[in-house]
Design a protein around this ligand. Structure first.
Ligand code: SF4
Ligand code: SF4
Length: 497
């Protein structure tokens, strides 16, 4: 066992109100600079929708992530050899139109316009050319209520839905949407790191944060193609690539990343997960249907004596192990099994997990527009949810619908149990049935409710004390043992941006 610690995140999608405070907090701190205007290290998109950059999930277009070849994997479209043939023109690289042309407004017109009958307006001006522009798209251009033929209907996750299934979603009474906030996943098998010919990308030994060494970056932009989440960006002003740094200077001083600290819906959780780096190759190259289970198995029980001993032998500080024991991410992902990775089929082993949305959990609408309830009480069955399971499975479980159903059944059981606690108007047998279907009990349901709804700041963010020395020790130990760690990437001491 090669035990490492990873700072990981959970986003609870039912709580996101799409306010974009997270995006603005990140923008103000990190990307309010020349060359970075179009970058949103944190963005929030509406689903169903095409996202930012447009259709980023479609790897037939962008060729991001890894693909399986027998027992091994290789980068889909980037990497040292595949990238070489596209050295002068890479057809898979997103261009500015795929993101959007960034703009500001000519605010001076509000003050300088000559006196007239009409109110002066501030016209949009391109941040690239400086000229007036007609705004055509933006980083969250998808349509709330998801009815748009240009956006919702082109969502890549509809690919396995039949035409009638898709069309039923666009009936006015059935329309639904949810928000999907996204940052870099600080993956265990990061395609960006694997693709860089200059060795500029690296994963920090002590907490797994993935960074780009600005001195080493030679503008190959392989990482932009390789990242299937499109979370590595090219700065046209500096000639270097950039990405989310998980606010590591804040983490090192015990503060939550800016997007998390500012989250209005309190949907975000951050904590340490312990994992076995020896298993990365096995997980990344396994059969698609096993991807979620194998990924869950790579994370270890921080209370196990064997794990604690092996972690200490690997140079891990006791305070890191203690943080892993208190981690809210561990509870959501491993203990309760109600948070899932986004697009595990990209095989990067992402460390950002989502509690999938319940969406309208109330009675559904029948074909004549009449509200109906298929159960004895307020809630429709899982199968009556407005967004088809196939859609959610395409987002979170590489197509495994049962895994999504298991999560939603547990979340529904928590709702029914809490209704019983607070209102007490449901028949006993219905409560028992819900708890049994959700594979949970009143004690666990109360714990899930508490961390979801009432958790304090310190319960939501359990940040391990910084241990830069761990990184150095791990690199030295690894260099002695085998020269390289994990799968296809080197660990380096952080040199920062
Ligand atoms: S999500 Fe982040 S760590 Fe993962 S491949 Fe993309 S840029 Fe790299
Ligand atoms: S700040 Fe929180 S609630 Fe608002 S959009 Fe971002 S993730 Fe959602």
């Amino acid at each position: 066992m090669d035990i490492r610690s990873q700072v990981s995140m959970v986003f609870h999608l039912d709580k996101c109100i799409g306010c974009h405070t997270c995006s603005i907090a990140c923008k103000n701190i990190w990307t309010d600079r020349k060359g970075a205007e179009y970058m949103w290290w944190n963005n929030v998109e509406t689903k169903p929708g095409t996202g930012y950059p447009t259709k980023w999930e479609d790897q037939d277009i962008y060729k991001g992530g890894w693909e399986r070849n027998g027992d091994s994997i290789s980068l889909k479209g980037a990497g040292k050899l595949k990238g070489l043939k596209n050295i002068f023109h890479n057809p898979h690289m997103p261009v500015l139109e795929d993101y959007y042309e960034p703009w500001t407004y000519k605010y001076s017109d509000l003050f300088d316009a000559p006196e007239g009958d009409d109110q002066p307006t501030a016209r949009p001006v391109s941040l690239v050319t400086g000229k007036p522009m007609d705004v055509q798209s933006g980083p969250n251009w998808d349509d709330d209520l998801s009815g748009s033929p240009d956006y919702a209907r082109n969502d890549v996750n509809f690919k396995d839905l039949s035409v009638p299934e898709q069309e039923s979603l666009f009936q006015l009474e059935r329309m639904t949407f949810h928000y999907l906030p996204r940052i870099c996943n600080h993956c265990l098998n990061p395609a960006c790191v694997g693709s860089c010919p200059s060795g500029a990308l690296y994963k920090r030994g002590e907490d797994g944060v993935v960074l780009i060494n600005q001195e080493r970056c030679r503008a190959w932009r392989m990482c932009v193609t390789a990242c299937p989440y499109k979370k590595s960006y090219y700065n046209w002003n500096t000639g270097k690539s950039e990405k989310c740094i998980l606010c590591y200077p804040r983490l090192e001083s015990g503060q939550a990343p800016a997007c998390m600290h500012s989250c209005v819906g309190r949907i975000r959780y951050l904590g340490v997960m312990l994992y076995d780096a020896d298993k990365i190759h096995e997980v990344a190259s396994c059969d698609e249907k096993d991807l979620v289970d194998k990924q869950m198995a790579i994370y270890l029980d921080p209370f196990s004596e064997e794990v604690i001993e092996a972690a200490k032998a690997n140079g891990m500080a006791e305070s890191t192990i203690r943080a892993a024991q208190l981690s809210p991410v561990y509870k959501f992902v491993k203990k309760w099994k109600i948070a899932l990775p986004l697009h595990p089929e990209f095989r990067t082993i992402p460390n950002l997990f989502y509690v999938p949305p319940m969406l309208p959990a109330m009675a559904s609408v029948d074909s004549e527009g009449i509200y109906e309830s298929t159960t004895k009480s307020l809630w429709a069955g899982i199968d009556q949810y407005r967004l088809p399971m196939k859609y959610l499975a395409s987002l979170f479980t590489a197509g495994n619908e049962q895994k999504v159903k298991d999560v939603l059944s547990k979340l529904l059981a928590v709702k029914i149990h809490r209704r019983d606690v607070t209102v007490g108007d449901l028949p006993r047998e219905e409560i028992e049935e819900a708890l049994s279907l959700g594979h949970t009990d009143p004690t666990e349901a109360d714990s899930i409710f508490r961390l979801t709804s009432l958790a304090t700041f310190n319960e939501r963010f359990v940040i391990p004390p910084a241990h830069r020395e761990e990184s150095i020790e791990m690199i030295e130990a690894t260099a002695d043992a085998k020269g390289e760690t994990g799968f296809g990437f080197k660990m380096q001491p952080a040199r920062g941006l």
